[in-house]
Design a protein around this ligand. Structure first.
Ligand code: ADP
Ligand code: ADP
Ligand code: ZN
Length: 222
């Protein structure tokens, strides 16, 4: 890989961004950067930003660009991101997309690909409602679609502790879906205009989607 790859995964909650980002991390040596994970860490740490973010997240809204950008910039400044990053859940607003362009331009970098994971709204509710993760390593699972090989034991790390997100409930999900359509979906057109957009049918099985993504990522990292 000559230049560090900057990849964006766009898609509504439950599209499979986190699942696919982890698979791309393993396959291509990129680093997953999830603003949702970073915000949940800030909430858990009880920082000022975390306190402000918590109420918005539990209502299914979008955290302010100011907070999200501050958290993202700090993370992008860490050395491991030099290998290239998969932005999972960022940007989510036009303001964030423009700020990302400025940040990358200042570092002489640019976006390799923005990939939209396309799913039906109905599927996304089902995916989010059945989602849980390993409490130790963060591997994602689903009640129906992705169970551990041995029931109750994480495939990746052997932990027997799992957790569910407080915001993965029916009411919050519809608010999050609204935020997606109103504020994030327009970014598909934005990246199309820049000539970096790819679309992947994310209704297929996890491995099928992963194969489609790998084909795109191989092109931009070669
Ligand atoms: P996102 O990060 O976009 O919100 P996740 O990667 O967390 O989405 O996936 C949401 C849930 O759906 C998880 O429980 C995951 O195991 C499951 N999942 C992800 N991709 C697929 C797929 N292609 N088919 C069925 N279930 C999936
Ligand atoms: P999902 O992929 O299921 O939507 P995330 O973990 O990406 O979940 O995000 C969880 C919540 O964190 C969002 O509903 C939103 O409140 C907040 N959040 C995450 N990323 C951003 C962002 N880039 N801008 C604003 N809010 C964000
Ligand atoms: Zn684990």
């Amino acid at each position: 890989m000559t230049k560090s790859a900057i990849l964006i995964l766009l898609g509504p909650p439950g599209a499979g961004k986190g699942t696919q980002a982890r698979m791309l991390e393993e396959k291509f040596g990129l680093v997953q950067l999830s603003t949702g994970d970073l915000l949940r860490a800030a909430v858990a740490a009880g920082t000022e930003a975390g306190k402000e973010a918590q109420a918005v997240m539990s209502a299914g809204g979008l955290v302010s660009d100011e907070i999200v950008l501050a958290i993202l910039k700090d993370r992008m400044a860490e050395p491991d991101t030099q290998k290239g990053v998969i932005l999972d859940g960022f940007p989510r607003t036009a303001g964030q997309a423009e700020a990302l362009d400025d940040l990358l331009a200042a570092q002489g970098q640019s976006i390799g690909a923005a990939i939209s994971l396309d799913v039906d709204d109905a599927a996304m509710v089902e995916r989010v409602s059945g989602r849980y993760t390993c409490a130790n390593c963060g591997e994602g699972y689903h009640d129906s679609f992705k169970q551990p090989a041995v029931a109750g034991v994480c495939d990746k790390c052997g932990s027997t502790e799992f957790k569910r997100r407080a915001d993965d409930n029916a009411e919050t999900v519809s608010a999050r879906l609204e935020s997606y359509h109103a504020q994030t979906a327009p970014l598909i057109t934005y990246y199309e205009g820049k000539g970096v957009l790819s679309r992947v049918d994310a209704m297929g099985e996890i491995d099928r989607v992963a194969a489609d993504l790998a084909a795109i990522v191989t092109q931009v990292t070669d």
